[in-house]
Design a protein around this ligand. Structure first.
Ligand SMILES: Nc1ncnc2c1ncn2[C@@H]1O[C@H](COP(=O)(O)OP(=O)(O)OP(=O)(O)O)[C@@H](O)[C@H]1O
Length: 437
């Protein structure tokens, strides 16, 4: 830092107080000093000092905002305020998600402005093959990840909105894993298909003899989630009389077991999920407005797989590793193109099912088009149908899967499990859908 009283070596040793990769940057995007973690993170063979931050982290030849990304340094310059942005960085391990924090420093004696950059490595998601958890690097996935990173450390109630199989449960776990409650339980409550009595006794537990069949005292899921995260899956399927009970629990933080007298205190962070349009349900009087506002403080929309088709090659690679870690199975480019062109009504669960089946069908290390289900090749036939006169009458898209399911469930000869597999949804989801047709 020319002209300042502090040397570069001293600056680096101060930066070494951070365990995360950290650097001091100048107004013109140049790296002035870095700590050891920064050099390790970028696997810098030669010192990054003097290079541009966008060149080292992204391999760009111009600042991020001119390369179609948001640039925290530029935002810091224009606002004078601390910034946080989720970026994909080139690191010693390949591409990684990084939560970048940028802070303006006090101007130096020559009135030059410098910035402190701290990189928080995102552990709940990966942008390259290997490991567990969420996978993706597309724009929509990164936007979703940015929201997860923001919400996770707080206690705010999160509402996950997305199609079946798009990863709602995995995101709920990611929220838990990135929160201070990570070492406490993560408890899922499947809200669909529960009668009023069953819901109450599942949620709150019951005393011995509370109702016919209550032979023993039973602990409820709210109690099991003590100190951790309670994940209400398919919250939109909770019948109205039960919604008021849930609201009471959330508002007062207290509950009674079925047949119990004592008021018990709950302690959980709430995450809810639904594939339904809750706002429309509120307008139609099917979902309580007060409960909706309680659970939807921080909504996160999960993109469907067809909206993030550029993630398909990466997901395929990761899922094949997870399905068959001992074999190094690859996809032929023709098979990959088929997958990219497919619409995936069952999202990532359907992709996983397709790959599991293909791994069994492929004799060698390569999955080809013939190992993929016939409906992938049927997309062209579907287009032909759409072009033909048989299009009329037009039915609302929301009705489309009901109409299709009605037909399929009448004609399908196998079990519900087999049908769910072929549709690329869980058996639970199929059961739920069958109830609505
Ligand atoms: N981003 C992702 N990366 C890797 N695997 C994923 C991702 N998202 C989802 N999956 C996988 O896809 C499958 C379905 O995910 P999940 O059960 O979380 O979806 P869901 O939206 O909760 O489905 P449903 O509404 O039917 O319960 C699981 O095997 C999950 O591990």
């Amino acid at each position: 830092m020319a002209g300042t009283s502090i040397s570069q070596t001293e600056l680096s040793s101060i930066l070494n107080a951070f365990t995360q990769p950290a650097a001091v940057l100048s107004d013109d995007y140049k790296i002035v000093a870095t700590n050891a973690a920064y050099q390790e993170h970028h696997s810098a063979l030669e010192s990054p000092t003097g290079k541009h931050c966008y060149q080292v982290s992204h391999g760009y030849d111009k600042p991020c905002d001119q390369a179609g990304e948001s640039c925290p340094l530029q935002k810091c310059q224009s606002t004078g305020l601390r910034q946080r942005v989720l970026h994909l960085h080139n690191t010693c391990h390949g591409q990684e998600h990084v939560d970048v924090e940028m802070l303006p420093l006090k101007r130096d004696r020559n009135d030059r402005q410098y910035y402190l950059e701290i990189m928080h490595l995102v552990k709940i998601a990966q942008a390259r093959p290997g490991g567990e958890g969420l996978v993706g690097s597309s724009k929509l996935f990164n936007q979703m990840l940015g929201l997860i990173q923001r919400a996770a450390p707080s206690e705010i109630s999160v509402l996950l909105l997305g199609e079946s199989g798009s990863g709602k449960e995995l995101v709920a776990k990611a929220l838990h894993n990135a929160s201070a409650r990570v070492n406490q339980p993560f408890v899922t409550v499947e809200c669909s298909g529960l009668s009023e009595t069953l819901f109450e006794s599942e949620m709150f537990g019951h005393e011995k003899g509370a109702f016919t069949g209550a032979i023993n005292k039973k602990e409820g899921l709210v109690s099991a989630a003590m100190g951790g995260t309670l994940f209400l899956d398919e919250v939109g399927d909770i019948p109205k009389p039960l919604q008021v009970k849930l609201l009471r629990l959330i508002e007062t933080g207290t509950y009674r077991t079925v047949g119990g007298i004592d008021l018990k205190h709950a302690n959980f962070r709430l995450v809810c999920a639904t594939h339904r349009n809750l706002k429309a349900m509120v307008e139609a009087g099917e979902f309580r407005q007060d409960l909706y506002y309680r659970i939807s403080s921080f909504p996160i929309e999960l993109p469907s797989l067809r909206e993030r088709a550029d993630d398909i090659p990466l997901l395929v690679e990761v899922l094949l590793q997870r399905i068959s870690p001992e074999k190094q199975i690859k996809l032929s480019s023709a098979a990959q193109n088929k997958l990219i062109a497919y619409t995936f009504p069952g999202n990532i669960r359907e992709l996983r099912n397709i790959l599991e089946r293909a791994v069994l069908l492929a004799d060698d290390q390569q999955i080809d088009v013939e190992h993929l289900p016939a409906e992938l090749s049927a997309s062209h036939q579907e287009l032909e149908v759409c072009d033909s006169e048989s299009l009329a009458p037009i039915i609302p898209l929301s009705e489309l899967d009901k109409v299709y399911l009605r037909k399929v469930s009448q004609q399908f000869k196998g079990s519900n499990r087999e049908l769910a597999d072929q549709l690329g949804v869980s058996e639970r989801t199929l059961y739920r859908k069958l109830q609505t047709i």
